[in-house]
Design a protein around this ligand. Structure first.
Ligand SMILES: Cc1cc2nc3c(=O)[nH]c(=O)nc-3n(C[C@H](O)[C@H](O)[C@H](O)COP(=O)(O)OP(=O)(O)OC[C@H]3O[C@@H](n4cnc5c(N)ncnc54)[C@H](O)[C@@H]3O)c2cc1C
Length: 414
């Protein structure tokens, strides 16, 4: 007889562990499956302050407060000419504990969430790969998974609900052909770690810095981590970054030379990690749920790393979807409508970040100039950078910003 669960969660990134924690905590028999051995390396170290609320609900804030993860109080942008913006200080805008966050090594952070899921009652298994999601009599209703255990044996597991949190792997969306890449966001990235990079003093020591290169074709992130390690990565259009340019190390060094404001910070630093590459990471599934299944985190979609929204979206979609799964299991309704009823509200909110990202990539649009002309929107913009996208006023800035972007797009075309 196959093992049987109320809910099986595929992938133990932040989305999977969060969803498994909440469904298990509600009293349902929950299985969390991860193909890697935990802890495992992952990109995405800079959190958005709004992760505070899901992390609070998961009960891990005290662990984070006691950790050595640097505290992120702000984000700062550096122009192609090397001019640094005034940092967007989250607490200056709203002096509450939830207006700051952490810069985390993802192996530690994700492992903490994985162990938390186990502590809250989920059956958590790493080194267990899901090879297939099973559908009832070849219908569109998911009914379980086929896995390969750490010993290499194939097993089938029955489940009333399957939550896909497999990240960029996006198991269900791939299988159903509903994963749509964004043709306007064909970006890729090369990143590594440095030991001893120069940080700003005081409250700026944990800031994320986004630096554009001189030719405006790429940008770097600078994310300070514990142990004097800094995560540094470059993002650009895939063709620009990789076509005819040699190895990732060569490309990274070339781009670094185009970013003196960053290379100055690395004069006394040494690289402490290999180069990693992520290609074409922007996509979205056209459907969040079907009968018996739901997508969360990157398995549902990923926009772009520039505002560090990935982990927040992973936790938030997990929380929203888990509540629908819990309600569905209680009411014996695991239909697509029930499991995906959170998605419309989430999509509308995420769209604000999408618009902010489009503005960042619009040549000729300057946040600095816009805020100078509209200082009344500084608070609203800082709110968006914090991740406060779910309140009715969150879109206020766009009433004035949309015409600026339209004009910049028009002048790009002339
Ligand atoms: C270049 C780049 C930079 C980024 N920087 C940031 C940042 O600074 N801040 C931020 O918040 N986000 C960042 N992100 C995004 C962030 O990495 C993701 O949004 C986040 O990890 C999503 O979490 P998740 O739980 O959905 O997926 P993941 O964290 O990817 O977890 C998915 C898990 O599923 C497992 N899995 C996959 N397939 C299977 C299978 N078949 N069986 C079992 N397990 C499986 C994987 O091993 C993995 O552990 C960045 C992304 C990119 C590409």
């Amino acid at each position: 007889m196959p093992d049987s669960f109320d809910c099986v969660v595929l992938g133990a990134g932040p989305a999977g562990s969060a969803a498994a924690t909440l469904v298990a905590e509600a009293g349902f028999k929950t299985l969390l499956l991860e193909r890697e051995k935990m802890p495992r390396f992952h990109i995405g170290e800079s959190l958005m302050p709004e992760t505070y609320w899901p992390l609070k609900r998961l009960g891990v804030l005290d662990q984070l407060k006691a950790s050595s993860h640097p505290i992120k109080q702000s984000v700062q942008f550096v122009s192609p000419k090397g001019q640094a913006s005034t940092p967007f200080y989250f607490q200056q805008h709203d002096p509450r504990e939830c207006s700051q966050t952490w810069q985390v090594f993802r192996d530690e952070f994700d492992h903490m969430l994985f162990k938390n899921a186990a502590a809250k009652g989920a059956d958590c298994r790493d080194e267990t790969r899901v090879v297939e999601v099973l559908f009832e009599n070849n219908s569109s209703r998911a009914c379980g998974v086929r896995i390969v255990s750490p010993e290499g044996t194939h097993e089938e597991i029955d489940s009333s609900v399957v939550i896909d949190a497999t990240g960029q792997q996006s198991l269900i969306a791939h299988r159903l052909g509903i994963r749509n890449e964004d043709p306007n966001m064909r970006k890729s990235s090369i990143w590594t770690y440095y030991q001893g990079a120069e940080r700003d003093p005081g409250i700026d020591a944990g800031a994320t810095i986004i630096l554009l290169t001189e030719n405006k074709q790429a940008w770097f992130w600078f994310i300070p981590l514990s142990g004097d390690i800094t995560s540094i990565g470059v993002v650009g259009n895939s063709d620009y970054l990789f076509k005819g340019r040699g190895k990732p190390a060569t490309i990274f060094e070339e781009e670094l030379r185009r970013c003196p404001a960053l290379s100055e910070r690395l004069v006394a630093a040494c690289r402490s990690e290999d180069f990693h590459v992520a290609r074409e990471f922007s996509y979205k599934a056209s459907q969040a749920a079907g009968d018996g299944w739901v997508l969360v985190g990157d398995a549902y979609g990923f926009i772009d790393p520039v505002y560090s929204s990935g982990v927040y979206f992973a936790l938030k979609t997990a929380e929203l979807a888990a509540d629908c799964v819990i309600e569905g299991l209680r009411q014996n309704d695991t239909s697509a409508n029930q499991l995906g009823s959170w998605a419309e509200q989430f999509d509308a909110a995420a769209n604000l970040v999408r618009k902010l990202i489009a503005a960042f990539y619009t040549d000729g649009f300057s946040f600095g100039k816009f805020i100078k002309a509209h200082p009344e929107h500084l608070g609203n913009l800082t709110d968006l950078l914090i991740g406060r996208i779910f309140h009715p006023e969150a879109n206020r800035i766009f009433q004035d910003m949309d015409p600026w972007i339209a004009e910049a797009v028009l002048s790009e075309k002339i």
